[in-house]
Design a protein around this ligand. Structure first.
Ligand SMILES: [Zn+2]
Length: 161
């Protein structure tokens, strides 16, 4: 049976959760306590509890284990810039906002190019000016809509990478 390294847990709590998830789904695994190995640096700079599963079970096991290792609650959650609450959640960026921002780019560039290269000021130039201002409005609207975090306390939407 070919074994594959599933994950390496640095904390015993995470390791317990991983073991439970695998047990419940009756996936066979081998646990290896790397910190017990006497050789210095035998397992790289971050020794921990390693889990090995068979190659057939690897896909299923990693799908189970990934959310445990990358638990969102352990990640940094940003403060609300308006009320300072920590009760914030990530939201999906709106597709409309992305579309608006994408449309605004050529609308911003085209009039500038047109006016720069046209020798006379014509009716088209006025249209170009209008399109130029329209693109700025679209950018402002798109940026305002393009938020990826929401405060659950005051409802403020804000941006955080
Ligand atoms: Zn808030």
């Amino acid at each position: 049976m070919n074994e594959k390294l599933l994950c390496r847990c640095t904390g015993s709590i995470v390791a317990n959760n991983v073991a439970n998830a695998l047990d419940v789904n009756s996936i066979k695994y081998r646990m290896h306590e790397e910190t017990a190995d006497q050789r210095n640096g035998a397992y790289g700079p971050n020794p921990g509890i390693a889990f090995y599963v068979s190659e057939q079970d690897y896909q299923e096991a990693s799908a189970l284990v990934n959310p445990i290792i990358n638990r969102p609650s352990l990640r940094f959650t940003p403060f609300c810039p308006k009320c300072g609450s920590e009760d914030t959640e990530s939201i999906n960026r709106s597709k409309a906002a992305t579309t608006i921002l994408l449309i605004s780019i050529p609308l911003f560039i085209a009039p500038v190019v047109h006016i720069y290269f046209s020798k006379e000021w014509t009716m088209l130039s006025w249209i170009a000016v209008a399109v130029f201002f329209l693109s700025i409005i679209l950018m402002v609207v798109g940026t305002k809509m393009n938020k990826n975090y929401k405060c659950n306390k005051c409802g403020k939407r804000f941006n955080r990478m």
